[in-house]
Design a protein. Structure first.
Length: 698
């Protein structure tokens, strides 16, 4: 019946029947296609463009990073702005803590986890409201779109917004949500020159982002809407109102419950402004500026703010007392000998922000304990061995004691404790300069081997230089029973050094016990007597440097005073300038405990000294020689022979103008290709004897 009726209608109205069916059906299909293209076409085109168009190569520009240096407990020690003058601390997502990411998502982009870069529902809602109000009353920027704007700021035009949306989709295709949110947290402005939530937490509350309370995190999350209008230090009421809005948004989206909301709303706004330290009240800026030079973000050190502040205050007191005498530099270091970490590093004075803990200075008598420990280890002497403190000479060189007096016969332990020069040089002659220098280098005095080749026996009385850090490291090796210590300033503990012991522990304990005397300590700092420290002073020739190293099995303190101009100052005496500071600092920080292990100090037998068979003399070229050299001739034909005779058995080390030429066995000839000008030629033998000649090459 229905079929017959349709056939009849078709016959009656032939114009209504087309090739593909009735007219209304054809029009419905066309209308459906139009609707589909209107609804699906733009998103398809948008998605295709996002996938096929390249992302701009300059779109990944990152912000400049600044540095905040922390102590071992996470307290800020120093802060350094980025090259553009901003505060920006790049952090990993895990370092932002619990509340800050939740607060940002709640107030900036509640559907951040569900959209693909553009929140089309928010776009539609904003469009309706804007059209109804005939002005822009609501935005629809997602966190991802804001990241794109932070990467490439553009004017707020319709075209710019369309491009921003396209780029946001491309960012979503290339990165996961955590990476995108992390970039927003790093790049957003939080008032003034504060860039990124990491710097904002330190700037406004003086704590790390992970330590922020819920209310503090909400305040920071609200600032980027209008960083200057909402600056909490200038517009506290506006910032507080914005914070409360963020908290309520967090409750609406389910990030917090009603009780958490109520408690957070009651929390007062308490800022901790100016907590990014840039002054040098801790005496650490020269040290920390060097540390921060090649590191960005949060740099955690092993320094202890309490120890650093106490040590800096005591060193500053001594420095100021000596300023009138002409000194211009001071440095101090504190080592924790239980793990090799630096607890304090202080540098004061000197040109600019020079780190004087790294300055190479004459060591004075501070290396004598290593000479004695080496002699004890080699069976050359014991602490009870009788040594001679009387005049002696080497190649016309007749060194004196500091007090220009002689003690005569005394024990090796007494000679070390009282820093007598001649006994130390006699022991060094027996041990051998090269051997002793090698041991000191292995314990941490880098560079001493080359310097010792030039200095010879003078190495024991200040003839070589070292810096405070290396000197402390070497003493740490003595305290560690002759095993090298890997000292470190960054909080990550390095792997222990696996090399064997440089010196036997018994020899180290013997040397340190010789330096431990309560009566001697009480005379300088009675407070330090309780921890029974071993301590050694040093005064360089010409009074340019004053040292003291004071240590227990737990802590080591090194103090240096000096002049960076090279002139001498009579007040620079180790026992008077440096020792009171070092012992006072040690007394304040040493936790107490056992002293050095008790070892056999030997029997009082005389030291048998080695007599040199003949003085060391350079036989060629003779002093005052003039040598003709043809610069166009082959190097092999221009070589000049270097020859000597006498001296101790073993190798000879040759130097020209301080630079090493090579080492040869006794009786062999060394060779040098001369250059035009005046030169000094020096040779040093195994015992430390040296000979010098001068010549002119034309």
């Amino acid at each position: 019946m229905d079929g017959a009726s349709n056939t009849k209608k078709a016959r009656c109205f032939p114009a209504l029947r087309g090739k593909n069916g009735p007219w209304w059906r054809r029009r419905w299909r066309t209308l459906s296609l139009i609707v589909f293209l209107l609804l699906a076409g733009p998103p398809a085109v948008f998605e295709g463009a996002a996938r096929w168009l390249p992302y701009p190569t300059n779109g990944q520009r990152m912000t400049h990073a600044s540095t905040v240096v922390l102590d071992r407990n996470g307290r800020p020690l120093a802060a350094f702005t980025a090259v553009d003058g901003s505060w920006c601390l790049p952090l990993s997502m895990g370092e932002y803590g619990r509340w800050l990411p939740l607060a940002v998502e709640a107030v900036e982009d509640a559907r951040f986890r569900s959209h693909g870069g553009v929140d089309w529902l928010a776009v539609a809602a904003a469009l309706v409201q804007d059209l109804a109000a005939r002005r822009v009353v609501r935005g629809a920027s997602t966190i991802t779109m804001q990241v794109q704007r932070l990467r490439q700021p553009q004017p707020r035009t319709v075209k710019a917004k369309m491009i921003e949306a396209l780029r946001a989709r491309q960012i979503e295709l290339a990165h996961n949500k955590e990476q995108i949110l992390g970039e927003w947290l790093e790049r957003a402005s939080f008032g003034g020159n504060v860039v990124g939530a990491g710097a904002a937490a330190w700037r406004w509350f003086g704590i790390s982002p992970a330590s922020l309370s819920l209310a503090q995190a909400a305040l920071i999350a609200g600032l980027p809407q209008s960083p200057e209008r909402l600056r909490p230090d200038r517009h506290a009421a506006a910032a507080l109102a914005r914070r409360d809005h963020v908290l309520r948004r967090m409750a609406v989206v389910g990030a917090i419950d009603a009780q958490q909301l109520a408690l957070a709303l009651q929390e007062p706004l308490t800022l901790a402004l100016g907590r990014l330290p840039q002054s040098d009240d801790l005496g650490a800026m020269p040290v920390l500026s060097d540390l921060a030079a090649d590191r960005l973000g949060l740099v955690k050190t092993t320094l202890d703010t309490v120890v650093q502040r106490s040590a800096a205050a005591q060193l500053r007191g001594g420095f100021e007392r000596l300023l009138g005498s002409g000194i211009d530099g001071a440095a101090l270091g504190v080592l924790d000998l239980t793990d090799g970490s630096w607890l304090a590093l202080v540098s004061m004075g000197g040109p600019g922000w020079q780190d004087l803990t790294r300055a190479e200075r004459s060591t004075g008598s501070t290396l004598k304990p290593f000479i004695y420990a080496s002699a004890f280890a080699g069976g050359i002497a014991t602490p009870s061995t009788v040594v001679e403190d009387d005049p002696a000479g080497w190649m016309g060189w007749a060194p004196m004691n500091y007090d220009r007096a002689w003690r005569g016969r005394c024990s090796a332990a007494e000679a070390l404790r009282d820093s007598r020069n001649l006994p130390a040089m006699r022991l060094l002659e027996q041990v051998g300069v090269a051997r002793c220098a090698g041991q000191m280098a292995a314990l941490g005095l880098t560079g001493v081997e080359v310097a010792a080749q030039r200095a010879g026996l003078a190495m024991g009385i200040g003839g070589v230089e070292a810096n405070l850090r290396n000197l402390a490291t070497a003493y740490a090796g003595l305290a560690n029973g002759g095993k090298p210590v890997n000292t470190h300033l960054l909080s990550k503990t390095p792997s222990p050094i696996s090399t064997p012991a440089v010196l036997p522990s018994s020899a180290c304990w013997q040397a340190l016990r010789a330096l431990t005397n309560n009566d001697r300590t009480t005379a300088v700092c009675s407070a330090a007597t309780r921890c029974e420290p071993a301590w050694k002073t040093g005064t360089s020739s010409g009074h340019r440097d004053a040292w003291c190293v004071a240590l227990t099995p737990r802590r080591c303190v090194v103090v240096w005073f000096g002049t960076t101009r090279g002139s001498g100052v009579p007040a620079l005496i180790g026992g008077e300038a440096a020792a009171p500071i070092a012992l006072s600092v040690l007394a304040a920080i040493d936790p107490g405990g056992a002293s050095w292990p008790v070892v056999d100090m030997g029997t009082p037998t005389p030291l048998v000294t080695q007599l040199l068979t003949a003085p060391l003399v350079i036989t060629h070229p003779p002093t005052g020689s003039e040598v003709l050299s043809d610069p166009d001739a082959p190097a092999a034909s221009r070589r000049l022979s270097l020859e000597c005779r006498g001296g101790a058995a073993g190798q000879r080390w040759w130097f020209v103008d301080g630079a090493p030429i090579g080492a040869v066995a006794a009786g062999e000839t060394a060779w040098w290709v001369p250059t035009i000008g005046a030169h000094e030629v020096r040779v040093v033998d195994h015992s430390g004897q040296a000979a010098v000649t001068e010549l002119v090459v034309r």
